[in-house]
Design a binder for this molecule. Sequence first.
Ligand SMILES: CC(C)(COP(=O)(O)OP(=O)(O)OC[C@H]1O[C@@H](n2cnc3c(N)ncnc32)[C@H](O)[C@@H]1OP(=O)(O)O)[C@@H](O)C(=O)NCCC(=O)NCCS
Length: 147
Amino acid sequence: MITIRAFSPTDIPHVMDIVKRSLGETYPPSLYLTIHNLWPEGFLVAIEDGRIEGFVATVPSGQKVARVLMLAVLPEVRGKSLGRNLMEQLYASCSMKGYDTVILEVRKSNGDAMAFYEFQGFSVTGEIGNFYSNGEDAYKMMKVLRS
Ligand SMILES: CC(C)(COP(=O)(O)OP(=O)(O)OC[C@H]1O[C@@H](n2cnc3c(N)ncnc32)[C@H](O)[C@@H]1OP(=O)(O)O)[C@@H](O)C(=O)NCCC(=O)NCCS
């Protein structure tokens, strides 16, 4: 069974492991605390069999807009609806907070994530050149939540 709950600071080592294995990045632990403090209900983890296998980290971005900073599921458990469950709980958190729009950026080369977000109802709204540290461009994507 998949459980979605709010991130807790004790989850940091597990989230850092997912970020390293799924996104190839290592950020300082303080980053996760900052995101958590900005909006606790927007930083969610997915648990299956007692293990944290995925997470979504989201921050407020304007009065009614939430911005997804990171979403990742461990490679060996992708395709089992963890990502969908995380996003559905995120939409519920948005509704409770009065947010009606979710935005995010995705690497132009990340076709898998694009397909996932399009399945979630996101559309491309623009591009940002040189967005990532390796110089890669990003697509901007947006989803308007139904009230
Ligand atoms: C993107 C990601 C979070 C999706 O998580 P996931 O748990 O594998 O996705 P789900 O199993 O919940 O997929 C839900 C639906 O999205 C669609 N989908 C997911 N991955 C897809 C893909 N690669 N191609 C096409 N459709 C896809 C499917 O239609 C799926 O529907 P189904 O449940 O009927 O099969 C995961 O692939 C991941 O961690 N990728 C690496 C990190 C990353 O790129 N993050 C995004 C950075 S912006």
